[in-house]
Design a protein around this ligand. Structure first.
Ligand code: C2O
Ligand code: CU
Ligand code: CU
Length: 662
């Protein structure tokens, strides 16, 4: 429902100027009463950002202009009044081609869109349920709404239900693989020092297990392992990790979500040449969390991750250990990392399916696969007892966003975000994860009986374009995708952005008595209790994500990544507010290195769900603005990057550099 509402909002903003059909006798205005600006300042801000980016697009103005518009918008929003004035002065913006915008001029269009919003709100449900009468549909079409988007969503939902039924009955699903754990090479697993070697290798023959079949795919892997490894560490551990680069290209190990000095961060500024190696040395000092690591060479991050390089680091601490001892969270054997990655496999030849990679896949959406792997297997099954399990969902896909849910709509508890345990569990029936994000959830299988099967699915949702997704789904996307690069591909087509899938199945096989009473609140010692306060922030920064055209058009603050430019200078130890605004027509997960953040608000609304915890990656949808607050720690010094975690966007330059300290 939220998704449908969002779709609806995006659609009417596209037409935020009165359409031609509007006339005195048949004006869409008659369907509703304009909302009063007083109580809708937030809504207005949102629409205004959208409207302005589209005005600029319609006039053929470049992304720098959109950026200026958004900047002006931010100024306008500052006094809480969207009146086109800043300190009583009219705001105008002049574009590079000489066009001038007067910020006040959008007001008429704005009121118009609000009228549409107020009226149509309740009709969205009917559209998605297919319960809109022909007359209603006709009236909605008069308002220039593209109803095929809603139809697509409805069709997806019903198709999803029937494939899920097939998969629930299938008896040939592969078992869920356990990710291999690396062993501390210093021979002493209990001291506070740990040594590991990660040898990045190519052409490792990986066996992929899928329902009723398996095949071999040559991939990149660390240490020639079949699957991405897991490293377990405790808060306070001193880590010595050596990367040996056996790839024919430069690589790095980036520690995603870690609080580290810039020199150990493994970012694009520190490539490790082919054939050489380097040591990463750092001490882990942050709360227990589901962290991960992956290569980060520029511009080769997307391809190296896609080919198979990534790993999980499970950091534990005393708070978590105590919760386990007190049976307030499930034991370690019932706590399972799930690495979720989609891949596009070519047709089989002699038992081998090559990975297909093209960085320009999907007309700018990034690389999308035709198979979703969970710990390296397609649609695996896991036998479970009637107890609670922690599942640590890692979206380690290059570009795909998932909307995870159980097929029967059963609720589960959200217990962890990117940076650690949530202050208290949140009951939900879905969790959206964009690339780079993690969520820990607790599913209580006591709600089921032995013999029951439950499917973890990704629900169909509008894949993210601000408008006309159905047209993309119907033609443009797939055509662009298969027209050239993947022309010879005979297997299944890639899943479209937002297309639903079955992810894995839980087979309830044994009744047990669960002694875990899930924690209701973290102990006082947990650092998550510290809400950072806006008053303590010493800097406010704005990051505007925009898209002009083609793969060169992915920009932050109107700029493409340059290794020679420091974009932001941060004072050591500072508390800062970073506001991320997306004026592009597709969603982008924003990820700054170095620290963990708290979400202050999302388009002026207080954070919900996993965003009540620590985050290092946040999804910013078209038209949204997300404000983050974070504290740079004493360990933070040197250079880091922030970027979109759609890895194809990052490689295309949707990245910037910030420097902490001199
Ligand atoms: Cu997951 Cu810059 O990283
Ligand atoms: Cu990172
Ligand atoms: Cu992006």
């Amino acid at each position: 429902m939220d998704e449908a509402l969002r779709l609806y909002q995006q659609q009417f903003v596209r037409d935020s100027r009165p359409p031609q059909v509007a006339s005195d006798t048949d004006s869409p205005m008659r369907f509703g009463t304009p909302l009063t600006p007083d109580d809708t300042a937030d809504v207005m801000a949102w629409h205004r950002a959208r409207a302005f980016s589209h005005y600029a697009q319609d006039l053929g103005l470049g992304p720098e202009f959109v950026f200026q518009l958004t900047n002006a918008l931010a100024r306008d929003m500052h006094d809480g009044r969207l009146d086109g004035l800043a300190n009583g002065e009219p705001i105008t913006v002049s574009g590079p081609t000489g066009g001038v915008f007067h910020m006040e001029d959008a007001d008429q269009a704005l009121r118009f869109s609000q009228a549409r919003a107020g009226t149509l709100h309740e009709n969205v449900a009917r559209l998605v349920d297919g319960a809109a009468s022909p007359d209603l549909r006709r009236r909605l079409e008069l308002m220039s709404l593209d109803l095929t988007d809603f139809d697509w969503l409805r069709m997806q939902r019903s198709q999803g239900i029937s494939t899920t039924e097939t998969h629930l009955a299938a008896n040939d699903l592969p078992a869920l693989p356990r990710l291999p754990e690396l062993v501390d090479e210093d021979g002493n697993p209990t001291d506070r020092v740990a040594r590991y070697t990660l040898r990045a290798m190519m052409d490792v023959d990986v066996t992929i297990n899928a329902p009723g079949e398996s095949w071999v795919t040559p991939m990149y892997r660390y240490n020639a392992l079949q699957l991405p490894p897991v490293i377990r560490a405790r808060r306070g551990d001193e880590m010595f990790v050596t990367l040996v680069n056996d790839l024919p290209a430069a690589s790095t190990v980036h520690w995603h979500g870690f609080k580290l000095p810039g020199s150990e961060d493994g970012g694009p500024a520190d490539p490790v040449a082919p054939g050489s190696s380097r040591l990463y040395h750092f001490t882990l000092d942050q709360p227990a969390a589901s962290l991960w690591f992956h290569p980060h060479p520029h511009p080769g991050t997307a391809e190296q991750v896609y080919q198979g390089l990534a790993g999980v680091l499970l950091l534990t601490d005393q708070v978590e250990q105590q919760l386990r001892r007190d049976s307030r969270i499930p034991a370690e054997e019932h706590d399972i990392p799930l690495l979720i990655q989609d891949r596009l496999f070519d047709a089989e030849s002699a038992g081998v399916r090559e990975l297909v990679y093209s960085s320009e896949q999907m007309a700018g959406f990034g690389m999308m696969g035709n198979v979703v792997l969970v710990n390296g297997a397609e649609l695996p099954r896991l036998a479970v007892e009637t107890r609670q399990y922690v599942l640590r969902l890692y979206n380690a896909s290059n570009s795909r966003t998932y909307d995870f849910a159980l097929h029967d709509g059963q609720q589960f508890s959200l217990v962890g975000s990117d940076g650690g345990w949530l202050p208290s569990p949140v009951e939900v029936d879905n969790v959206v994860l964009s690339p780079g994000e993690r969520s820990a959830i607790v599913i209580d299988f006591a709600a089921y009986r032995p013999g029951d099967q439950v499917m973890l699915i990704s629900r169909p949702f509008m894949g993210g374009a601000a408008m006309g997704m159905s047209r993309f789904h119907a033609s443009g996307g797939t055509e662009g995708m298969h027209g050239g690069m993947v022309g010879g591909h005979h297997g299944r087509e890639p899943y479209l952005p937002g297309e639903g899938q079955d992810i894995m199945r839980f087979d309830v096989d044994r009744a047990v008595v669960d002694d875990v009473r899930l924690y209701a609140g973290l102990p006082e010692a947990a650092v998550i209790h510290d809400r950072l306060s806006e008053q303590d922030a010493t800097a406010d920064r704005l990051f505007v994500m925009s898209w002009g055209h083609g793969m060169d058009g992915f920009l932050i603050n109107g700029k493409q990544y340059s290794p020679d430019r420091i974009d932001e200078q941060v004072t050591p130890g500072a508390i800062e507010i970073w506001e991320i605004v997306n004026v592009s027509p597709m969603p982008h997960p924003f990820h700054p290195h170095a620290i963990q953040w708290q979400v202050l608000d999302r388009s002026r609304e207080s954070p919900a769900g996993a965003e009540r915890g620590w985050k290092d990656t946040v999804l910013v949808r078209p038209g949204e603005s997300v404000r983050l607050i974070g504290k740079f720690e004493p360990v933070n010094s040197g250079e880091y990057v922030y970027h979109c975690h759609i890895l194809e966007h990052e490689d295309a330059g949707m990245m910037g550099i910030f420097r902490v300290g001199p």
